[in-house]
Design a protein around this ligand. Structure first.
Ligand code: RIB
Length: 308
């Protein structure tokens, strides 16, 4: 279990509108949806939920608005025993994501940032330091200043710092140096390095660039159904994914990063940590939704017994 680990998550909190259809529309085309529903989401909130489901003691830092979605999202996090004292409620509108899901469970996501873009960097840092966490988990779905200030403070205070580089954007990595793990997926890797990690040579080249720019200890690329790669500055290893039935790929990366981060804190071995991340991600893609698809510690353990 990860019950003795204190984690802080600085990131986005969104209401997700999930629209299912067989085939996504082309430009100017109308298609019929097959189902829709609302779900708790946002990369930050998803990762906080994953950490809490795995037993960690979690504080979420972010912003919503004092509107219906904001209230519902806060209640949901509190229901998972997540400390929400670091979430301000004075944003203009709570973040919203429209997730288009095709018949193969593949997603396309449009995010309206709303309150997520209005987090105050200094307040976020003060919430972070108040939490005295073992782990900071942070993503790029808030404003750049928040990410840079929180990462730098966490590194200065010897907090294990894991950066999930979603969503894809060019980011000034040089302004936050020395995190423990930096972990983009394929499109995020391309946005940060100009290289889509297709071949082993691409993976190696992109990983080296990311390490050089961020000075992170480990570069972990999330490679979708191929698994993930680890570059520690000396050797590159690819850890294959666990095969599963794909229902919805949304938030599989969030789940991977959270599980990997906790296991890394627990045993200090990046390869074991990535293997746990792969198992957690496989479970998440087999389920519908974002926050609702996160597994428990027991589910990951049983999954490993079944697969090995
Ligand atoms: O990573 C998945 C998340 O991205 C969704 O929950 C959505 O809110 C977007 O932020």
């Amino acid at each position: 279990m990860y019950g003795n680990i204190r984690a802080a998550v600085v990131g986005s909190i969104n209401m997700d509108l999930i629209l299912k259809m067989e085939k996504v529309p082309e430009l100017s085309e109308n298609v019929l949806g097959t189902d829709y529903g609302y779900a708790n989401g946002g990369k930050g909130a998803n990762q906080a939920t994953a950490l809490a489901m795995l037993g960690a003691d979690v504080k979420m830092i972010g912003k919503v608005a004092d509107d219906e979605n904001g209230k519902a999202l806060l209640e949901n996090l509190q229901g998972k025993n997540i400390d929400t004292s670091g979430i301000d409620t004075d944003g203009n509108q709570t973040g919203l994501a429209v997730i288009i899901l095709d018949g193969k469970g593949r997603n396309r996501i449009v995010v309206y940032e709303g309150a997520n873009a209005q987090i105050d960097p200094d307040k976020a840092v003060s919430h972070l330091l108040d939490a005295k966490p073992d782990l900071l988990l942070i993503q790029f779905e808030t404003n750049e200043d928040v990410v840079i200030k929180c990462v730098n403070e966490a590194v200065k205070n010897n907090i294990v710092t894991v950066i999930d580089c979603g969503p894809a954007k060019a980011f000034n990595l040089e302004k936050m140096q020395g995190a423990t793990i930096i972990s983009p997926n394929e499109s995020e890797t391309q946005a940060l390095t100009g290289i889509y990690p297709e071949t082993d040579a691409d993976i190696s080249k992109a990983s080296r660039i990311l390490k050089e720019r961020s000075k992170a200890e480990f570069v972990v690329l999330k490679l979708g159904e191929r698994g993930c790669s680890v570059w520690d500055g000396e050797s590159l290893n690819i850890l294959p994914s666990y095969k599963t039935t794909v229902t919805d790929t949304t938030a599989a990366g969030d789940c991977f990063t959270a599980a990997m981060a906790l296991e890394y804190i627990k045993n200090g071995n990046i390869y074991n940590a990535c293997d746990i991340g792969n198992k957690a991600g496989a479970i998440a893609v087999s389920r519908m939704g974002a926050a609702s698809s996160m597994p428990t510690f027991a589910e990951i353990s049983n999954y490993s017994i079944k697969e090995l």
